[in-house]
Design a protein around this ligand. Structure first.
Ligand code: MF3
Ligand code: CO
Length: 248
């Protein structure tokens, strides 16, 4: 395994593209309402990324993925493909995942949006998922082991009776969308240490029910096996000399 350490120039470029990712995530907030289709949300993002930010949606064409973003509603865990015949409805929760390439540098982030009036139990799922991510990041500093992230997420999530998805993980990022190392979100013994200048994503997917997932016939859409709802937040993170920085 080769873990790239980013130079000052690399870091500045990845910060620049990370800011674009978060600007787009913030920009679409006002469109997330009952009645809009995920296809339209994708189109709005494509337009903003390409024509306004002069950047490229890294998902588009990645292993033949057909769209610019991933839109994962309710029991969809990740990699939901936007469609013009899939409409948001009152009470839905949706993850929007945006990966962008600019100047040959990549960044990746996602967050949950509530559609209209959402049940308390689903709001809680989203809140706990975000908190599990933020708490886990506090373990990041040079010398500490990578597995502190997964251990922290699972310890926190277990208290709520939720489960942590195992098949999909965080990843190094920067000059490619996916680089070494993999970041597991569940308890593990991965014996590698953080080093200053590493950049990777942390992106826990948390289910109300079983952690098990299945892939739909479209070859991408991942759902929970028991139809329980799932939430995800994702940040691209830099290891600094004494801790970490969320790039956004
Ligand atoms: N953004 C997702 C990740 O975290 C995957 C994007 S690639 C896609 O790695 F093809 F699945 F969209
Ligand atoms: Co990612």
């Amino acid at each position: 395994m080769y873990i790239r350490i980013n130079s000052y120039k690399d870091i500045n470029n990845i910060i620049l593209v990370s800011k674009i990712v978060h600007k787009v995530l913030n920009y679409i907030y006002k469109f997330i309402k009952p009645g809009i289709s995920t296809g339209e949300i994708d189109y709005i993002c494509y337009n903003k990324i390409v024509n306004y930010y002069k950047a490229y949606p890294a998902s588009l064409g990645y292993m033949n993925y057909p769209k610019s973003i991933c839109t994962s509603i309710n029991d969809i865990v990740c990699h939901g493909i936007p469609r013009y015949d899939e409409f948001l409805k009152d009470g839905d929760i949706i993850n929007i995942d945006i990966s962008i390439c600019k100047n040959n540098y990549y960044s990746d982030a996602s967050k949950m949006y509530l559609v209209g009036n959402v049940k308390r139990k689903y709001i809680n799922l989203c809140k706990v998922t975000k908190r599990s991510l933020l708490k886990s990041l506090k373990h990041i500093k040079p010398g500490n082991k990578l597995n502190l992230i997964g251990n922290s997420i699972q310890n926190y999530i277990d208290k709520f009776g939720y489960s942590v998805v195992r098949e999909y993980c965080g990843h190094g990022i920067g000059k490619k969308l996916h680089e070494d190392p993999f970041i597991l979100h569940y308890k593990n013994n991965y014996n590698i240490s953080f080093k200053e200048g590493m950049i990777f994503t942390v992106e826990p997917m948390i289910n109300i029910g079983s952690y098990k997932t299945k892939i739909m016939k479209d070859g991408w859409t991942v759902k929970t096996i028991d139809k329980s709802f799932s939430a995800q937040y994702e940040y691209t993170v830099l290891v600094t000399n004494n801790g970490y920085k969320i790039l956004k």
